[in-house]
Design a protein around this ligand. Structure first.
Ligand code: NI
Length: 161
């Protein structure tokens, strides 16, 4: 296993559409293990393959309940709405106010190619949306209403306008 370098905002690879995974092999397992190690090391809630330079539809979400591996994921159902702070490991220190659904159901393949569905709420729903956006070259900065100030981040108090 190895910690991989996280690509930063401004690099072209983050704007690109990722291709579906077709081979569920050792190379994929190695990438997944490296991504999990990289995510843990960076203390983030999610990481997408293009953030480590790989243009494939692979992401990991971990909101404190253990890592969820999502391969070729798509959102099949959403419910409700939340408006809150969102950041990205590719854009350290900056957080924006982003509207997302409160509940999100994804359909994805596991590392062996088996399809499954998973429903997340709150932070998990937000992370599903954020990471799946990455696989289509979409960054949170294109969806935020505004950046949060340092003071708003420190106090946790902000109006959701
Ligand atoms: Ni991100």
């Amino acid at each position: 296993m190895a910690i991989r370098t996280i690509v930063k905002f401004g690099e072209d690879i983050l704007d690109k559409q990722c291709r579906p995974v077709e081979k569920f092999d050792e190379k994929l397992f190695e990438l997944l293990e490296d991504m999990k190690e990289t995510l843990t090391d960076a203390n983030g809630a999610g990481l997408a393959a293009p953030q480590v330079g790989i243009l494939r539809q692979i992401c990991i979400v971990d909101v404190g309940e253990g890592p969820i591996e999502l391969i070729n994921p798509e959102i099949i159902h959403t419910q409700g709405e939340q408006n809150g702070a969102e950041g990205c490991l590719s854009n350290p220190g900056q957080y924006g106010l982003v509207k997302r659904p409160m509940q999100v159901t994804v359909k994805a393949q596991d590392r062996n190619g088996n399809w499954f569905e998973k429903t997340g709420e709150g932070l998990c729903a937000r992370a599903f949306c954020h990471e799946i956006d990455h696989l289509h070259g979409i960054l949170f900065t294109s969806k935020m209403s505004r950046l949060l100030t340092q003071e708003e981040l420190e106090t946790g108090e902000y109006t959701d306008d």
